[in-house]
Ligand binder design. Structure first.
Ligand SMILES: Cc1cc2nc3c(=O)[nH]c(=O)nc-3n(C[C@H](O)[C@H](O)[C@H](O)COP(=O)(O)O)c2cc1C
Length: 186
């Protein structure tokens, strides 16, 4: 089974990110090809990056960093979910990335983004050079949702449309294919 880590990068109270992430998590689990590790950065509660050494040295001094390092190192691929804040990515996702280095190398990542009119596309574009710097390989198919609140049910569950369902399926296929292709390079 491919070990897929799903990371939810919005942490504020009342975030729409949580129901979107629940949809992605349930879809990945129901798919049957993935061993899913769900990371809610609000629960992980990493401080602002506080290690004295550059992460590429892997000389971690804090228990929270060692635990995060082991968890990310165990993953074969990722889906990052994050909203657009002020034309860029949410700070939690960048902080979680900055903690580590080689743990991310040569692994695939898919993005699920949301926002207003921009549908999170500026957040997505802003994170691309960051993940490239860490050796992550981005999937072609990524999900952009505009005004996702409109797609919440009365029970506050995210109700994806057909196109969003289709793109998520393609994204999961690609994570699987890239994960296999990149394994010999790790
Ligand atoms: C601090 C802040 C900045 C925002 N900036 C943008 C923005 O630049 N573009 C946009 O489309 N939406 C922006 N929004 C709207 C968010 O995309 C929307 O509130 C979304 O629900 C945030 O995701 P979350 O609920 O998971 O935190 C902003 C929201 C916040 C709280």
């Amino acid at each position: 089974m491919t070990r897929l880590m799903i990371v939810l990068g919005s942490v504020r109270e009342g975030r729409v990110g949580l129901p979107i992430a629940e949809w992605v998590r349930k879809t990945a689990q129901a798919d049957g090809r993935f061993d899913v590790d769900f990371v809610d950065l609000a629960e992980l509660n990493l401080p602002l990056m506080d290690e004295p050494n550059h992460p590429r040295l892997r000389k971690y001094t804090k228990a929270h960093t060692t635990a995060w390092s082991e968890r990310v190192a165990a993953a074969d691929g990722f889906i990052f979910l994050f909203p657009e804040y002020n034309h860029s990515y949410s700070p939690g996702i960048k902080n979680a990335l900055d903690y580590l280095n080689s743990e991310w190398h040569r692994k695939p990542v898919g993005f699920v983004n949301w926002g207003g009119n921009s549908a999170g596309t500026r957040a997505q574009a802003a994170l691309k050079p960051v993940v490239a710097a860490l050796g992550l390989v981005i999937t072609m198919g990524n999900i952009e949702i505009n005004f996702p609140q409109k797609q919440l049910s009365e029970a506050s569950e995210f109700e994806p449309n057909g196109q969003q369902r289709e793109v998520l399926k393609l994204q999961l296929d690609e994570i699987l294919a890239l994960s296999e292709a990149l394994k010999p390079l790790r």
